[in-house]
Design a protein around this ligand. Structure first.
Ligand code: PLP
Length: 386
């Protein structure tokens, strides 16, 4: 049974759910004598790959690192153009600049935070785009049939930013495992976590090989293989100026346990979202996210009534003891992106409207139904509709 809520209890915006199994798994690694990428990471990779039905899975120390490796493996470089949603976290975009390529930003949809595929089609019709990076924002799946049809027509590659979408699948397979390369995030607030971390998946052996080499200094075999195979342990070849993006066995130990809990976490998120939708239904001009069966519900973001001032409302709700956040300040508003690509608010009308009204409420498996009720009570009271 849930405990009754203290009326002044602060309900945090996010909290990872970690238990004794994760603690035990970490302890085993700490006592094993091998801390960095090794057997535990190999096991995590093969379990994760099997989970999403992908032959190649590579653990990395962040999704950002994974996205960087993905674009590098696809040969993105100066003179190339990548299409990225305007309505996302900057990590989706920054990796393009790491490689000296350029970006075109795509506005979101009127009724969804995901990129507008009509707008993408217009861009593809006038400019050569090498890679599209769709983001299943907040866990809402991108319209894959439509995106695939565009890919057939225009011949770009797809790197899926699957930071928000684990562990849901559509008719064609797991989101994140549909593009040429997909990248999941295990950052602390994600649907499963390793503290910091990510996983790259692909069906292409050649891309996997390149990303594996570049993940660890451009070395042709990883440190673990050096010390366990029959070849001399000191012998390796550097074939490129690679990066240092490998995942530790400490993090992988947490990931292996979290993976077994991911389906349960998702069910918990679904139940909490259903409660939110029920408790917040019927409030005039409040836009709730539509229920979608294969939505991963990383975030629960509403659009406040248009007459409310979002910033004032957000401060008042925080003061009333509810942790909130705003997803996202669109990239065209960020000084770097704005200046570099001469972006203006008028070019992104949908993102502007969404941003001015959006507010994310607490959502994580450790949140109780009673806490959701309490968030909704405080939320309604502030709207003057108790
Ligand atoms: C949409 C999106 N893409 C990428 C990332 C980067 O993930 P990471 O922190 O694992 O690098 C995030 C992180 O919050 C994200 O929200």
């Amino acid at each position: 049974m849930n405990q009754p809520i203290d009326p002044v209890e602060f309900i945090p915006f996010s909290r990872p759910v970690l238990g004794e199994a994760e603690e035990q798994a970490v302890l085993e690694v700490l006592r094993s004598g091998w801390l960095t990428t090794g057997k535990v990471t190999q096991a995590f990779e093969s379990e994760f790959g099997a989970y999403v039905n992908m032959p190649f899975a590579l653990a990395v120390n962040s999704a950002t690192a994974g996205l960087h490796l993905a674009l590098e493996a696809l040969g993105v470089g100066p003179g190339d153009l990548c299409a990225v949603p305007d309505y996302t976290f900057t990590a989706t975009a920054e990796v393009v600049r790491y490689l000296g390529a350029d970006l075109v930003f795509i506005d979101c949809q009127p009724n969804s935070p995901n990129l507008d595929l009509d707008r993408l089609e217009e861009v593809l019709s006038s400019r050569k785009v090498k890679v599209v990076l769709p983001v299943h924002l907040a866990g809402e799946p991108v319209d894959w049939d439509r995106l695939s049809a565009l890919r057939e027509r225009f011949g770009f590659k797809i790197v899926e930013d699957a930071a928000h979408v684990f562990p849901t699948a559509g008719p064609r397979g797991y989101y994140g495992a549909l593009g040429d390369i997909g990248v999941y995030s295990f950052y602390a607030n994600k649907n499963m976590t390793t503290g910091e971390g990510g996983m790259i998946v692909t069906k292409s052996e050649a891309l996997a090989r390149r990303m594996k080499v570049m993940r660890l200094h451009g070395i042709d075999r990883d440190a673990f293989a050096r010390y366990t195979s029959k070849a001399a342990s000191w012998e390796y070849a550097v074939v490129a100026p690679g990066y240092k993006y490998n995942m530790t066995d400490i993090a992988s130990a947490i990931g292996r346990v979290q993976l077994t809990r991911a389906q349960g976490f998702w069910r918990d998120r679904q139940a909490l979202v259903q409660r939110y939708l029920d408790r917040l239904a019927g409030l005039q001009d409040l836009v709730l996210p539509a229920w979608i069966d294969d939505h991963a519900w990383h975030l629960f973001s509403v659009l406040l009534p248009s007459k409310s001032d979002r910033n004032t409302f957000a401060s008042e709700l925080s003061a009333a003891g509810v942790g909130i956040s705003v997803h996202y300040i669109p990239l065209h508003r960020m000084p770097y992106w704005k200046e570099r690509y001469n972006l203006s608010n008028a070019d992104f009308p949908m993102a502007e409207t969404r941003y001015s009204r959006t507010l994310s409420l607490p959502l994580y498996p450790a949140l109780t139904i009673d806490q959701v009720d309490e968030v909704c009570r405080r939320f309604r009271a502030l709207l003057g509709r108790p």
